[in-house]
Design a protein around this ligand. Structure first.
Ligand SMILES: Nc1ncnc2c1ncn2[C@@H]1O[C@H](COP(=O)(O)OP(=O)(O)O)[C@@H](O)[C@H]1O
Ligand SMILES: [Mg+2]
Length: 286
């Protein structure tokens, strides 16, 4: 899905120095217990589609319980990098990786890594809301059931807890048996967040989660990200630089597969080290 023209224009025209309004240094925000330790660590990590190196020798520490935004022009490798973290790229036969990517010290691409368990711990929400054509209850209970839970009372507790965490409970508590496809787009996207939270992940990967939503629904998702910050490590790909500056503690800027700059969000948007970053955030190219 495309960002609206209006959104794109504003994000392109925003001069770097005005982007400070809504951003905070991690230390200025509510403290993050256990935050600051590397949760995902990339070392010379490359991702190929056949011979094409879509992500090039990335070295990065993604810190636990903070929000990290991934920005950069279309096709620069944002989604490819994000999907590598829970091995979603495995579904593409030509895709392979070199270097290492670790989660809590364990090699994500190691022979012993169990992908099902990995995806339980590292959940993902996509651009377009994709609820199952089932009831709201069954959508949320899906993951826990898959992992063996059958107790109805316990499932109900998980469904309520997950919907509350995703700020959707009040809107749907009286119609849990109704089809999830009857919800609005914004509600569907929060449902997808709730479905991910139901299996108690440690990391949430969000790939342009608001690009199909109107501004009001977008604001709700951004508020939700703030609510979840500190409890989960969150990585969000976004086209919208205002969004990155509003919601994230750290920002990674990719260009043609290369991680050009990775810094605290205020630093990257107000005092970028690299000329390319500066040109991108000031809208000299998009
Ligand atoms: N399944 C695929 N097969 C081959 N090339 C791909 C595939 N998916 C993405 N690419 C290529 O990899 C590069 C990065 O794509 P992507 O990660 O989707 O970028 P972004 O999310 O930043 O827009 C692009 O050049 C894209 O064309
Ligand atoms: Mg993408």
């Amino acid at each position: 899905m495309q960002t609206t023209v209006e959104e794109k224009e504003t994000s392109m025209q925003t001069p770097a120095k005005t982007a400070t309004r809504d951003i905070y240094l991690p230390s200025e925000r509510k403290s993050v217990a256990g935050g600051g330790t590397p949760h995902v660590v990339a070392k010379d990590f490359s991702i190929f589609y056949g011979d094409f190196e879509a992500v090039k020798k990335v070295n990065a520490d993604i810190l636990s319980k903070y929000v990290t935004a991934i920005i950069g022009p279309s096709g620069c490798g944002k989604s490819t990098f994000l999907r590598a973290i829970n091995r979603m790229n495995d579904l593409i036969p030509s895709c392979h990786t070199t270097g290492t990517l670790r989660f809590d010290g364990e090699d994500i691409y190691g022979k012993l890594t169990d992908e099902v368990l990995l995806r339980k711990k590292i959940g993902m929400v996509f651009q377009k809301p994709n609820p199952f054509p089932k009831s709201i209850f069954d959508n949320i209970a899906y993951g826990p059931r898959l992992h063996g839970m059958t107790d109805k009372k316990h499932l109900m507790e998980i469904v309520e807890k997950s919907l509350r965490k995703a700020a959707l409970w009040d809107e749907v508590s009286d119609r849990l048996d109704k089809n999830a496809l009857g919800l609005s787009g914004g509600q569907q996207q929060r449902l997808c967040v709730a479905r991910t939270l139901a299996v108690e992940p440690e990391i949430l990967l969000l790939d342009e989660p608001t690009s199909a939503l109107d501004p009001k629904a977008t604001a709700k998702i951004e508020d939700l990200i703030q609510e979840l910050r500190g409890s989960y490590t969150i990585m969000i790909v976004t086209h919208n630089m205002q969004q990155a500056s509003r919601v994230s503690d750290y920002t990674m800027f990719f260009y043609e597969g290369t991680l050009v700059e990775h810094a605290t969000t205020p630093q990257l948007f107000t005092n970028p080290k690299d000329r390319m970053t500066e040109d991108y955030i000031t809208g000299r190219f998009s």
